[in-house]
Design a protein around this ligand. Sequence first.
Ligand code: FAD
Length: 300
Amino acid sequence: MYDSIIVGAGPAGMTAALYLLRSGKKVLLLESDSFGGQIASAPNVENYPGIPHMDGSDFADKLLSQVTDFGADIDVTRVGGIIKKDDFFDVITENGPVSGKTVIIAVGVKHRTLGIEGENNYYGKGISFCAVCDGPFYKGKVAAIVGGGNSAVQEALYLSDICANVHLIHRRDSFRAEKSLVENAKNKDNIIIHTDSVISSFIGENQIKGLTILNKRTSEVTDITCDVLFEAIGRIPENNIFSDLIELDGDGYVIAKENCATSCPGIFVAGDCRQKNIRQLTTAVADGSTAALAAVDFLN
Ligand SMILES: Cc1cc2nc3c(=O)[nH]c(=O)nc-3n(C[C@H](O)[C@H](O)[C@H](O)COP(=O)(O)OP(=O)(O)OC[C@H]3O[C@@H](n4cnc5c(N)ncnc54)[C@H](O)[C@@H]3O)c2cc1C
């Protein structure tokens, strides 16, 4: 019987493990894919306080060593759900059920992608999912951003202060984003808005150099030059497997209190998979420590 079972070994889950282990608790860390989560695919992270430059995969490796050195048990297996027993939980994995007195859900999010042929080849080579993370690397350059919601327009505004020009590409004739944001974007001289338009292909051998855009209304095809494409077409939380026990919001994010407690006593949540405004490394590790210490209180 574990004191705590952590589902997902991204920055949030591994930080939670660290805090629980240092509080003397027995911890199992379950990961379906590779340890480190999303940050492991970030080659250059510049916004982690106190570390001016770091490779995300190095960070992930160090965090994993840190938690295993403190004695975490780990298993590579996908979690399929949680069953509540009287005073513990069975976590259902591909390798069978494991029991814990508390559970911390830290399964992160997946980014929705365009589904265009060859797209995978450009991840980290000019396609990014986070303007706040990667925008500053493109200072004075040309950025493109695809999407029509608040995130896309906010990111276009953010990039307009950093980049020479920003192409905002949206498939519909009007934006879903708040009117005031759209007005601000329209008033920026260096934001070029392409409505009714979809990206049909990428230009560039091993690095994004531009995009071919199809205007669906006029059928006009245009090539634009850009150094980076930010995809802001939505994130997909994968929390449905827990929805019989804990409350999710309308978008599928876990609803939690300030201390990361969910609606089910004994289950906590940390990181990108919970309802919040900012999804970053700093907020993920902050949640990890908060959830872990709340779990320690619960156990004690
Ligand atoms: C390319 C890229 C660059 C980024 N750059 C930066 C940056 O420079 N600065 C910054 O602050 N942030 C950056 N971010 C964002 C940052 O990485 C995330 O906010 C952070 O990783 C969230 O941590 P998390 O632990 O909540 O979730 P994740 O990192 O998503 O980790 C969740 C883990 O849970 C696992 N999992 C999911 N479902 C299951 C299941 N059912 N069973 C078991 N395991 C499961 C996943 O495989 C994953 O490993 C970047 C993101 C990306 C994609």
